[in-house]
Design a binder for this molecule. Structure first.
Ligand SMILES: *[C@@H]1O[C@H](CO)[C@@H](O)[C@H](O)[C@H]1NC(C)=O
Ligand SMILES: *[C@@H]1O[C@H](CO)[C@@H](O)[C@H](O)[C@H]1NC(C)=O
Ligand SMILES: *[C@@H]1O[C@H](CO)[C@@H](O)[C@H](O)[C@H]1NC(C)=O
Length: 412
């Protein structure tokens, strides 16, 4: 009797451990708040003809130039520390020992020298590979070379690996991404691990294993690549709002859903729409990887990227991913609990594109705020203070088309 109850206790303890392990995150000490940096892809793509496009061509000079601006323009001080090179940095062939090599014309000094430069500026270097036979743009992939490539990256001083999933079998991804995670770990160098794996399997529920993503990766892409337009931006926001896999449940210190780069400062968004992206990426505790040309940034875009209220919401140590409370008639309300007791960030998003501002009447209660007698609100974009408002007092919000109101709500 005693023995069997001891056995029962032990099995319960083991079951409990397994239950806990399933929601554990990758423990490499990195990404305790959403990672921040710059990534070349959305803005600079695979531009490799430097005769034709000298200013936009992917070269070590482009990367060094962006690094210089990250420091001199205050982005590093604001927290943007990773400078991440995406696809198309490689030579089309591995060397005779099977090692990856950087394109000798565009990166004549190699990645190690570039990493030294980046580190000398106080920044961290990110790099890109692909789990399959070839990268999305046809450069050598890591299939059959995972361990060797992990060692190469560590030797070069790489601090972040984005591992894409083109040209591979989705059924191999779980084993493959886990294996690469193990090889990265064994290099002994802390390397932030950004996985594209979930984005490739998201349409197949049997392969969509969020506990496994969380345990393997610091940050994972769930959905389509962002393009330079409102439609692309909103399709991503709506995907996270629809939350088909309860995404927010898996976000937290060490592990983040990644809706892709910030296109603030690009060509495709109005100023209001840039505010929506920056606001929603803060709301969703999303990694903040800018993709713009830092040599030439509009002052309004720069102010948004450096907005202290938004960065504080994004980097809040509680690490809660905001959730959409409701979406009705092209309007939606989102809420993100903050670490300050009782405080939340709230957003009211008007996604209608008819040319007139719309009026909404909503109380703190209808905004989903926890019960409190009164609330003060701080507009995150203007820093203006509003309130105090009684919990059930109706407040008028007048919001432009494809635009948002966003505030920090404090119980009073
Ligand atoms: C680069 O662009 C120039 C000008 O358009 C063209 O003449 C040249 O063939 C291109 N080089 C390559 C390698 O595609
Ligand atoms: C490797 O994994 C172990 C166990 O999770 C962890 O304690 C350690 O910090 C990791 N090391 C690196 C370099 O990621
Ligand atoms: C997500 O949450 C809803 C309700 O909270 C639940 O019914 C549903 O099964 C969850 N979906 C997944 C994939 O866990």
């Amino acid at each position: 009797m005693q023995l069997s109850s001891l056995f029962l206790l032990l099995s319960l303890a083991i079951l409990y451990r397994i239950g806990q392990d399933q929601v554990l995150s990758l423990e490499n000490g990195l990404a305790l708040t959403p990672p921040m940096g710059w990534m070349h892809w959305e803005r600079f793509r695979c531009i490799t003809n430097c005769t034709e496009q000298p200013n936009d061509c992917l070269t070590e000079d482009l990367i060094k130039g962006q690094a210089d601006k990250m420091v001199s323009e205050g982005y590093l001080d604001a927290g943007y520390v990773y400078l991440s090179i995406d696809d198309c940095w490689m030579s089309k062939q591995r060397d005779s020992k099977g090692a990856l090599v950087a394109d000798p014309v565009r990166f004549p000094n190699g990645i190690k020298a570039l990493a030294d430069y980046i580190h000398s500026k106080g920044l961290k270097l990110g790099i890109y590979e692909d789990f399959g036979k070839a990268t999305c743009q046809g450069y050598p992939g890591s299939e059959f070379y995972l361990e060797q490539d992990a060692k190469t990256f560590a030797e070069w001083g790489v601090d972040l690996l984005k591992l894409d999933g083109c040209n591979s079998d989705v059924h191999d991804m779980k084993d493959g991404y886990e294996a690469m995670g193990g090889y990265l770990n064994r290099t002994g160098r802390p390397i932030l691990y950004l996985c594209s794996w979930p984005a490739y399997v998201q349409k197949d529920a049997a392969l969509t294993d969020y506990p496994a993503f969380k345990k393997t990766c610091n940050q994972w892409r769930n959905f389509d690549d962002i393009q330079d337009s409102w439609d692309s931006l909103y399709s991503i926001i709506d995907y996270y709002g629809s939350n088909q896999y309860n995404l927010s449940a898996f976000a937290g210190p060490g592990s983040w859903n990644d809706p892709d780069e910030l296109i603030v400062g690009g060509f495709g968004l109005s100023q209001n729409q840039e505010m929506v992206q920056m606001g929603m990426w803060a709301m969703m505790a999303s990694p903040l990887f800018m993709s713009l040309d830092l040599r030439n940034v509009r002052p309004e875009s720069k102010a948004l990227l450096l907005n202290k209220n938004l960065l504080a919401i994004n980097q809040d140590p509680l690490g809660k991913q905001g959730e959409r409370l409701w979406k009705i008639n092209k309007a939606e309300v989102w809420i993100k609990p903050l670490s300050k007791p009782g405080a939340s960030a709230i957003s009211i998003l008007n996604t209608d594109n008819q040319g007139a501002p719309r009026v909404f009447h909503l109380s703190p209660a209808e905004l989903g705020l926890p019960k409190a007698q009164k609330y003060n609100m701080t507009d995150v974009f203007t820093n203006k203070q509003y309130g105090p408002y009684m919990y059930s007092q109706s407040i008028q919000f007048t919001i432009d088309p494809t635009s948002m109101f966003m505030a920090i709500a404090d119980p009073f």
